[in-house]
Design a protein. Sequence first.
Length: 74
Amino acid sequence: MQASFVFDSNELDYSFVDKLKLMFQNKRIELFVSESDDTQYLSASKANKERVITSITNIENSQNLVVADAKLFQ
């Protein structure tokens, strides 16, 4: 069995270890920890990279923005 978890380091607590113990009862396990780079993931494909760059440009130029109606969040 394999499992993958992605979360912020400040979310790591003892309950996570307890969940791992439950998932892999009486099994020998290996843990690999590495930083996750969202920018690298978003740039993985040409289409995603272009979309991110276009979105950043739109924000910088205040173009093609979608503004939420504040009433929806009351």
